[in-house]
Design a protein around this ligand. Structure first.
Ligand SMILES: *[C@@H]1O[C@H](CO)[C@@H](O)[C@H](O)[C@H]1NC(C)=O
Ligand SMILES: *[C@@H]1O[C@H](CO)[C@@H](O)[C@H](O)[C@H]1NC(C)=O
Ligand SMILES: *[C@@H]1O[C@H](CO)[C@@H](O)[C@H](O)[C@H]1NC(C)=O
Length: 350
């Protein structure tokens, strides 16, 4: 009698447990399968992370685990302490520097850049994917934007741009100032709107560190064959370079060992702040001047392999290249996306 009642009681408990189990499984299924299918990162929604109480390292791992792109958007106030800690530890290792200035017209396009995530999406998605420590200099991004997109590894840093510099010129002066107080091993400097990474650029640099310290991308043609550059050199240096066949380099995507980069940035800063002061947007002229006529390359050989950068304006879809500087013709409306823990380049509308 007693045994039967006990069995009935056990059966009830079992049924109860099963019901609860099924319920929990359903919630779990909803939460992790339906609700969290990888979203395009610009329709990200705020997620509460207040249930997180681990160490910084775990926090970084959590935010960067697969398919979590949409989750990283909100770091609640009680995480401030941990954010500070992470800020301190980001002073070594490698770093990607970029800038997102919105308070001045883009000097090349003569339009204001809106604080719109789409503008930085491909860059952001791929530095996120490769877990690259990234510092984005900005002048006037709204706090809500920063809160939404800052992660333990992707930081926004406010800086004021003096009125007598264009934003494109000033970023290099600012990068130098920033790097001088840090201990990074490798640095990569990228235009934020059209650079993205198929592979980890620092791993690539380390793989080639025996032969190279600077990793510079090519532009189109030479000083003399590139009409834009002929005009630029006349505007900035009042020099006619139309007969010069020096290779033209692009300053929108370059990197290398920090010491070599600081040397080049020092040269560029001096050029922009002294020789080229008030001449307008002269960073490309200063950059090429420093590469070819400055002294930084004497002990810092340039990498000459051809799979680090895509050929200028070509092969923007090709994962054969570690870094894409996307100036290809048919690129508008193509987006870098993370799906099943892999990078793809797709139509943005999918
Ligand atoms: C995490 O810490 C906060 C504040 O210290 C606390 O209120 C919360 O209950 C903790 N959460 C967990 C899951 O331990
Ligand atoms: C670096 O070299 C290793 C070993 O050869 C290779 O597996 C890896 O893919 C290389 N990384 C990059 C980014 O090229
Ligand atoms: C530019 O040079 C002036 C004087 O030569 C100096 O005072 C100023 O700090 C420099 N500015 C930058 C941004 O380096």
């Amino acid at each position: 009698m007693f045994n039967i009642r006990k069995n009935a009681f056990t059966a009830k408990i079992c049924t109860g447990v099963t019901v609860v189990y099924v319920f929990i499984t359903m919630i779990y299924f909803y939460k992790f399968t339906l609700n969290t299918a990888p979203k395009r990162s610009n329709d990200v929604q705020h997620k509460d992370t207040s249930d997180y109480n681990g160490t910084d390292a775990e926090f970084v791992r959590m935010y960067h685990s697969k398919h979590q792109l949409y989750k990283k958007n909100l770091i609640p106030n009680h995480m401030t302490q941990q954010r500070l800690l992470i800020n301190e530890i980001t002073n070594d290792g490698d770093v990607v520097l970029a800038s997102f200035f919105v308070s001045q017209k883009d000097p090349q396009r003569n339009v204001f850049i809106r604080p719109n995530f789409n503008y930085i999406k491909n860059f952001y998605t791929t530095v996120f994917y490769h877990k690259l420590k990234t510092v984005i200099m900005h002048d006037a991004l709204p706090e809500s934007f920063i809160r939404k997109y800052e992660t333990p590894l992707i930081k926004f840093m406010k800086t004021d741009v003096p009125v007598d510099f264009t934003v494109n010129d000033f970023r290099f002066i600012h990068y130098r100032k920033f790097l001088q107080s840090k201990r990074y091993k490798y640095v990569f400097l990228a235009d934020i709107s059209d650079v993205y990474f198929w592979r980890n650029p620092f791993e690539y640099m380390r793989n080639n560190s025996k032969s190279s310290k600077l990793f510079l991308s090519k532009d189109e043609g030479t000083f003399g064959s590139n009409g834009w550059m002929v005009n630029k050199m006349m505007q900035c240096y009042e020099e006619d370079v139309s007969q010069q066949n020096t290779l033209l380099r692009n300053d929108g995507a370059w990197g290398g060992e920090t010491k070599a980069i600081i040397c080049l940035l020092g040269c560029i800063s001096r050029q922009l702040n002294i020789t080229l002061k008030q001449k307008g947007n002269c960073n490309m002229a200063a950059f090429n001047w420093c590469v070819n006529r400055g002294s930084c390359l004497i002990n810092n050989p340039i990498y000459t392999g051809d799979t680090l950068f895509n050929p200028f304006r070509h092969n923007c879809d090709s994962a054969k290249y570690a870094i894409i500087h996307d100036k290809c013709k048919n690129s508008h409306n193509k987006c870098m996306v993370i799906e099943h823990d892999k990078l793809f380049r797709r139509s943005c509308n999918r």
